[in-house]
Design a protein around this ligand. Structure first.
Ligand SMILES: [Mg+2]
Length: 253
């Protein structure tokens, strides 16, 4: 770990669960700031503007610039702008923040859109999912925020975008592009944005299937932290560090 110069931290289940702060977050950020290690936060969440995550970290006594926070809202916007013409029409199933940010850039179309975007929002109803299935045609490209099925809450779990991906894939038979972890788009966006060196970059997260597998496949070092999602019981992978909380990470860096 001595040669680590850049750390990508997941947020949910690592620094907080809802409004509940997880121990060790403030300490690890202070520690790496002292060591001049660069860092950023990468969340598979697309529901809110950057200042929401900044405020949530501030409530846990961690002060960071918005520029260090990357959400799947940011990734979706970048991916779509890079890969589609500005004349493309779009329909978004997700939070009002995600809708507003994409409807500013592309034409809203709720009958036969070129692009359908899947995010997550607690207020999504079954009829909203049915509508999306009905407006997807041969030409429609489907782009999703993240494949996580659950998000850890303080004592429970909530449903995430992966559940929508499953239903819509099943019903339409279409491929769905994911921009968040574990997709390499998320990691390459960060490596480029922060001019980081892949070989000296560490990913710290609580979800094996996204944080750990995605980062490993991209060639990063990884640490799994046991404060959010549990490890899959079928796991046969010993090649990553496991710690109980961020507090423990201090001694490795
Ligand atoms: Mg997480």
């Amino acid at each position: 770990m001595e040669d680590i110069k850049f750390i990508i931290f997941d947020l949910d289940g690592v620094f907080y669960k809802d409004e509940h702060c997880i121990e060790g977050g403030k300490e690890i950020v202070e520690h790496i700031k002292k060591n001049d290690t660069e860092f950023c936060f990468l969340t598979n969440n697309s529901n809110h503007p950057l200042n929401f995550y900044k405020n949530r970290l501030e409530a846990c006594k961690i002060s960071v610039e918005e520029d260090k926070i990357v959400t799947t809202g940011v990734l979706l916007q970048n991916y779509i702008v890079k890969n589609f013409s500005t004349r493309s029409s779009i329909y978004v199933l997700g939070s009002s923040f995600l809708k507003n940010s994409l409807y500013k850039l592309f034409d809203f179309d709720d009958t036969n859109p070129d692009i359908v975007v899947l995010g997550m929002d607690e207020n999504i109803k079954l009829k909203d999912i049915s509508k999306v299935i009905n407006i997807i045609s041969d030409k429609t490209k489907i782009i999703a925020s993240n494949p996580d099925k659950l998000i850890p809450k303080k004592e429970t779990f909530g449903l995430e975008c992966g559940v929508l991906i499953d239903i819509i894939k099943d019903m339409t038979g279409k491929d769905i592009k994911v921009v968040g972890k574990p997709d390499s788009f998320a990691y390459s966006y960060i490596i480029e944005k922060f001019s980081a060196d892949k070989k000296q970059t560490l990913m710290v997260g609580d979800t094996y299937e996204t944080d750990i597998l995605g980062a490993k496949n991209f060639g990063l070092k990884t640490v799994w932290v046991n404060t959010g999602n549990k490890l899959p019981t079928s796991i046969r992978d010993d090649n990553f560090l496991r710690i109980d909380s961020l507090k423990e990470l201090v001694k490795f860096l």
